[in-house]
Design a protein around this ligand. Structure first.
Ligand code: NAD
Ligand code: WQD
Length: 344
């Protein structure tokens, strides 16, 4: 065993894929999740994929005493990957205090507990949302942080600052901030993936639900942007590739390879795809025809953003590998599996 890693939000979408990759790489995992946006049977599915059952504690990161008990019970946790957060942009506008409390206090609790239990460092789930609409593309890690478009986005910016300030103040911990671009797809086994929560706001779950007939039509939000085909451009990153970036980050941290106490990496492919290109890639990768129509722009959308992932490629030794076709097939396979399981 290489070390014991606490994964908060480990039954969630990105967390579950990361637990799989950590276990496949020989790490021991303790999951903390309050199941507010995931299901307990994810633990069974992780076991089915890896042959190893991770420890699972149904605990709320807001509950300091319960969280402390996890560190006592699972002695020797050497690093944390902190996924647990509320993540729906629209909901955060309606319920800002819920988002500020959940996303900020969870992190603060962990940062307070870490030195007391000799935890070396934390990998934090940040987002390309911190860049807003970048002035220069592809965007690098030193691009200016723009005023957040939503309370959710603001929690990512503030959490990055909380970590920076904590380390500056002399806390012995290390941190790696991973700024994800748009994570999509599912594990090739079809055993874990993104669980739908009501009507999806994100493109891929809406697209696959349309393809399978749950939704009638996919709306393409705008074709009058200043992009080659007029639709918005994003950097869609395969979730298994994204999960592997966390394993690289943990190894770098535990092997004392960090150049700075807090490091920041873009985790993207380096390739921007428009909404229309993505739809056509889905159709040709799966052979499934999609019912879609162009509608008006969605308020608050960024026109175009994609990553310059060179720092992650060179320094972290990580690179996105999966083709967009394989990724879209995995998303479709997951949608089919959900129907088999009677979930949607
Ligand atoms: P998810 O909702 O699938 O996973 C988050 C998990 O955290 C869920 O299982 C939920 O039950 C749990 N959780 C939430 N609050 C908790 C709390 N107080 N205590 C314990 N558990 C709690 O989301 P995801 O897509 O896997 O996102 C993981 C992280 O990555 C989040 O921090 C998110 O903001 C960030 N992120 C996600 C995206 C994306 O597009 N999915 C992009 C950039 C960053
Ligand atoms: C992608 C593209 C839409 C739905 C959001 C958060 C961001 C990050 C990832 C966490 C856009 C278009 C979408 C639809 C469409 N999360 N679209 N029809 O907006 O890039 O980012 O999730 O940190 O913070 O804001 O992702 O999947 O919602 O949209 O045309 O029904 O698809 O306009 O161009 P987005 P998305």
């Amino acid at each position: 065993m290489k070390g014991k890693i606490l994964v908060t939000g480990g039954t969630g979408y990105i967390g579950s894929h990361t637990v799989v990759e950590l276990q496949n790489s020989g790490y021991e995992v303790v999951i903390v999740d309050n199941l507010s946006n995931s299901r307990a049977d994810v633990v069974d599915n992780i076991e089915q994929i890896t042959g190893v059952r991770p420890a699972f504690e149904q605990v709320d990161c807001l509950d300091y005493a319960a969280l402390e008990e996890v560190f006592r019970k699972h002695e020797g946790i050497c690093a944390i990957i902190h996924f647990a957060a509320s993540k729906a942009v629209g909901e955060s506008v309606q319920k800002p205090l819920l988002y500020y409390r959940n996303n900020l206090v969870s992190l603060i609790n962990l940062l307070e507990l870490m030195p007391n239990y000799a935890v070396k460092g934390i990998v934090f789930s940040s987002s390309c949302t911190v860049y807003g609409q970048p002035d220069v593309l592809p965007v690098t890690e030193d691009a200016p942080i723009k005023k957040a478009e939503s309370p959710y986005g603001n929690t990512k910016q503030i959490n990055e600052e909380i970590i920076q300030d904590t380390v500056k103040s002399g806390s012995p911990i290390r941190a790696i901030l991973l700024r994800y671009f748009n994570p999509i797809g599912a594990h090739p086994s079809g055993l874990i993936g993104e669980l739908p929560n009501g009507v999806p706001m994100n493109l891929i779950p809406f697209l696959t639900q349309t393809a399978i007939g749950i939704r009638e039509k996919l709306s393409v939000f705008g074709d009058d942007y200043h992009t080659p085909d007029g639709s918005c451009i994003r950097d869609y990153i395969n979730v298994v590739d994204l999960a592997k970036a966390h394993v690289h980050a943990i190894a770098r941290m535990l092997e004392d390879k960090q150049d700075e106490k807090v490091e920041v990496f873009n985790i993207g492919t380096g390739r921007g795809l428009s909404v229309l290109e993505l739809i056509h890639a889905f159709e040709s990768a799966t052979g499934v025809k999609l019912n879609y129509q162009i509608t008006g722009r969605r308020a608050g959308d960024i026109e175009q953003v994609w990553a310059n992932p060179e720092k992650a490629n060179k320094v972290l030794g990580w690179k996105a590998e999966t083709s967009i076709e394989d990724t879209l097939r995995s998303a479709w396979n997951w949608q089919l599996k959900l129907r088999e399981r009677g979930i949607q």
